[in-house]
Design a protein around this ligand. Structure first.
Ligand SMILES: Nc1ncnc2c1ncn2[C@@H]1O[C@H](COP(=O)(O)OP(=O)(O)O)[C@@H](O)[C@H]1O
Ligand SMILES: [Mg+2]
Length: 259
């Protein structure tokens, strides 16, 4: 990589059998950027993350992480089984041994103290000894974000961390992420079009191809124009239309999957 990028994506194409999920995606992600990845459901956002994590092999092109950079990952909410009998503290501390072989290793004093400082910052320290089944959706998301951070990642990747949370908790999580993004690189997949622009430093709109990637002050306008296909007279109205479109696409996707 010529420049100092954390992640470099070049001509990336990924498919599942005959389904093309991503086609010729190219862009770079600079250190300490806070990137919002948006686009309709089925647009290939999660696939991009899977390729980044090495969980899905590209057909062609490449997606490279700068050497030595450690990635933390918060998977999509639905992938986590909340019935599993485990405490908040155990979930968070399990982030420490991520990547290593699971043993009955004791955590160091530093590791425990660091985890507690993060819990404090997330305002979940009082939940420490609760079972995860007792948590609200918002609390569980904060626990998963905290877990992804105990290993001190350089790059934090979150796949729809605020889906189905109320606005208050959403903004709390975004506030924390924005604060973290002063020190690390953050990639967040989200449908929160109305809120996300006030937090992120750049946006990538992905629908099989990369339709837009930018960090200028006009990114909000550009994305909205791109999606609605018309100049923006009234941002609020179009934002509502945009959200509606997203919801409908999502419903269709779920209908397809479950019927
Ligand atoms: N495991 C899979 N097997 C087959 N097709 C898949 C699989 N995962 C995703 N796809 C398809 O790839 C496309 C992109 O999906 P995905 O990356 O999950 O999109 P997004 O995260 O933007 O909703 C969709 O057409 C989806 O149906
Ligand atoms: Mg997804």
């Amino acid at each position: 990589m010529k420049q100092d990028y954390d992640i470099s994506i070049k001509d990336l194409s990924v498919s599942y059998g005959s389904v093309v999920a991503l086609k010729n995606i190219s862009f770079n992600i600079e250190p300490k950027s806070f990137l919002g990845i948006i686009g309709p459901n089925g647009g290939g956002k999660s696939t991009l993350i899977k390729a980044l994590l090495g969980l899905k092999k590209p057909d062609s092109g490449r997606i490279e992480v700068k050497q030595g950079k450690k990635i933390g990952y918060v998977p999509q909410f639905a992938e986590f089984d909340q019935r599993f009998p485990i405490s908040v503290n155990e979930v968070i501390m399990s982030g420490v041994i991520k990547g290593k072989k699971l043993t009955f290793k004791k955590y160091s004093k530093e590791e425990v103290e660091y985890a507690e400082s993060l819990m404090k910052r997330m305002d979940i320290l009082d939940l420490k000894d609760k079972q995860i089944g007792e948590l609200s959706g918002g609390q569980l998301q904060k626990v998963l974000v905290t877990r992804s951070m105990v290993s001190k990642p350089d790059i934090l990747v979150l796949d729809e961390p605020t889906a189905s949370l109320d606005v208050k908790v959403k903004n709390e999580i975004y506030d924390i992420l924005k604060c973290l993004s002063e020190d690390i690189t953050i990639l967040i997949i989200t449908h929160d079009i109305a809120e996300i622009f006030s937090y992120v430093s750049s946006v990538a709109y992905i629908n099989q191809t990369l339709h837009y990637h930018g960090s200028d002050s006009k990114m909000r306008k550009n994305v909205l124009e791109l999606t609605t296909g018309c100049p923006i007279e009234d941002l609020m109205i179009n934002e509502e239309a945009l959200k509606k479109e997203f919801m409908e696409t999502e419903d269709k996707y779920h209908d397809q999957r479950h019927h």
